[in-house]
Design a protein around this ligand. Structure first.
Ligand code: F6P
Length: 495
């Protein structure tokens, strides 16, 4: 995707930004990378589109200082133009910790134990009205301000990302006023979209409010055809709007079309090749190489959707069945702290620690620890591990895409085997060359681990090459290009 000066004003909006700022002991400003695969992908887009402005939430105290400095003028960092938005603390807490992450995230990943949870009520309504909606409006305000300061006669393109910002299309149309019709708005949903029955768990004001807002965008995008299809059906079944399932079109009102599309997100292979050679990664690599035996790896945020606990249970079961593998393998589990203020996440972090302790107590010997749990927030260390794994476990309960599977395959130098959950979005592309697992089946995962750890070199090479080829055929470049092409086509059709 080439940068084109004088081109359409181009704004990316996401809750999590590319970097987060802090102060070091000497009082100087520092920054580190934002969490999650979405940031990696948008980073690659933003770098190629040099005029793009990336608007995201201020997360730390230092972010708030940057937010105040970047009100009208983007802050330049690592070649990106970033605007951080300061939200009201209480509103943000309600949006992030009450509405977006437990509720929408759980509904869309199917994580609720429905006979018991969720328990909805007035608190939910408050989180919506005083948290989610105002935070979305605050984002719209920031977008409008940036567009006002950069008026160039070009029609703006506003690419909104993910479930924290479902109300942004509505807020943007309202806030941009008469200019709103000129603005192209897309909303990319990076997480699964459930079938209508799953969506109906939400209270009606959320269920319908979100759908109506999304239908104020011009394109609603997903990672897989399956999620896109579910969305079209949900719109028809919940709102009763006219849809064309074949074409992926929703017609919320006379004369208006919303295109619903699937663009499987990917990575920038070059970025990972460069990273793999970087000094920071080389420094971390020694510690990875020193781990004894074959290296089994997982890299995840500590999220319930990632199925981390069942992964340890399966590893335990594998040793029960194949005790001869003891001392022959180390499981490096890179589990990044995430959303710790939400009780379900705090409990899950404890469950992970307990599951690791159990495996280690049961199988460790004097000279060998079966699982090394690393909770350090250290991206270079993850990349060092990507380079050296023999087997990568991705056994998510459900996952929009799972970019770890793509990043790790490209960086890996050992013909590593990928074990992949059939319910991860990445499965549509990579499943054929991975070992498939049902994320709920511990025995099947134990067997897959054994098969991967004992696979012949020939078979490993064949699979690893096919995986890499598949990923390189659809990089972040193609992901971005496909969207730009559709934006142009949409505009040609609808002005
Ligand atoms: O990809 C899903 C996603 O929720 C992104 O929207 C988000 O940036 C990332 O995972 C990490 O989550 P969080 O921002 O809550 O740490």
């Amino acid at each position: 995707m080439e940068a084109q000066s004088g081109d359409t004003r181009f704004v990316i909006v996401s809750n999590r930004g590319p970097v987060t700022f802090s102060r070091n002991e000497a009082g100087e400003r520092e920054h580190s990378r934002g969490a999650g695969g979405l940031v990696t992908a948008l980073n690659a887009v933003s770098r190629r589109r040099s005029e793009a402005v990336w608007i995201a939430s201020a997360q730390s105290e230092e972010d708030v200082r940057v937010a105040k400095e970047s009100l009208d003028e983007p802050y330049e960092v690592e070649g990106l133009k970033v605007v951080l938005v300061e939200h009201d603390g209480g509103a943000y807490e309600l949006m992030y910790n009450r509405l977006a992450n437990p509720l929408l995230w759980f509904v869309q990943h199917g994580l609720y134990d429905l006979p018991y949870a969720p328990e909805l009520g007035d608190d939910t309504k408050r989180a919506w009205e005083e948290g989610y909606v105002p935070v979305n409006e605050n984002f719209a305000e920031a977008v409008a301000r940036i567009l006002e300061t950069s008026q160039g006669g070009e029609k703006p393109v506003i690419l909104v990302h993910d479930y924290q910002l479902y109300m942004a299309p509505h807020a943007l149309r309202e806030r941009l006023g008469s200019g709103a019709d000129d603005a192209f708005i897309s909303l990319f949903v990076h997480i699964p979209w459930p079938e209508t029955e799953g969506w109906r768990v939400l209270p009606s004001y959320v269920r319908e409010g979100v759908l109506r807002s999304l239908l104020e965008a011009d394109i609603v995008a997903f990672h897989t055809e399956g999620y896109a299809r579910n969305f079209v059906r949900t719109a028809r079944e919940v709102l009763g709007v006219e849809v064309d399932e074949e074409e992926g079109v929703v017609r919320p009102e006379e004369g208006r079309e919303v295109w619903v599309r699937a663009y499987p997100i990917s990575i920038d292979p070059e970025e990972f090749e460069d990273l793999a050679r970087s000094d920071e990664v080389l420094q971390e690599e020694e510690s990875v190489k020193n781990l004894p035996g074959t290296l089994l790896l997982r890299v995840d945020r500590m999220d319930l959707s990632k199925n981390i606990v069942r992964g340890f249970r399966a590893y335990d079961r594998m040793f029960e069945r194949h005790p001869e593998l003891r001392e022959q393998v180390t499981f490096l589990a890179r589990c990044q702290p995430s959303r710790g203020d939400i009780p379900e996440y705090a409990r899950y972090a404890e469950d992970i620690q307990n599951a690791v302790d159990e495996v280690n107590e049961k199988h460790a010997t004097g000279s060998w620890q079966p699982v090394v749990l690393s909770m350090e927030d250290n991206f270079p260390l993850s990349v060092a591990a990507y380079k050296n794994y023999d087997v990568l476990l991705v056994n998510a309960v459900r996952d929009g895409m799972n970019l770890i599977a793509k990043e790790a395959v490209v960086a890996n130098q050992k013909n590593g085997v990928l074990i992949l959950s059939e319910t991860a979005g990445a499965y549509e592309e990579l499943g054929e060359h991975a070992l498939t697992v049902n994320p709920f089946d511990i025995d099947e995962q134990a067997d897959a681990l054994y098969e991967a750890l004992t696979m012949t070199d020939e078979e490993r090479t064949r699979r690893a090459e096919a995986l890499e080829e598949t990923i390189r055929a659809n990089t972040i470049e193609e992901w971005a290009e496909a969207q730009l092409k559709d934006i142009a086509a949409y505009r040609e059709r609808h002005g």
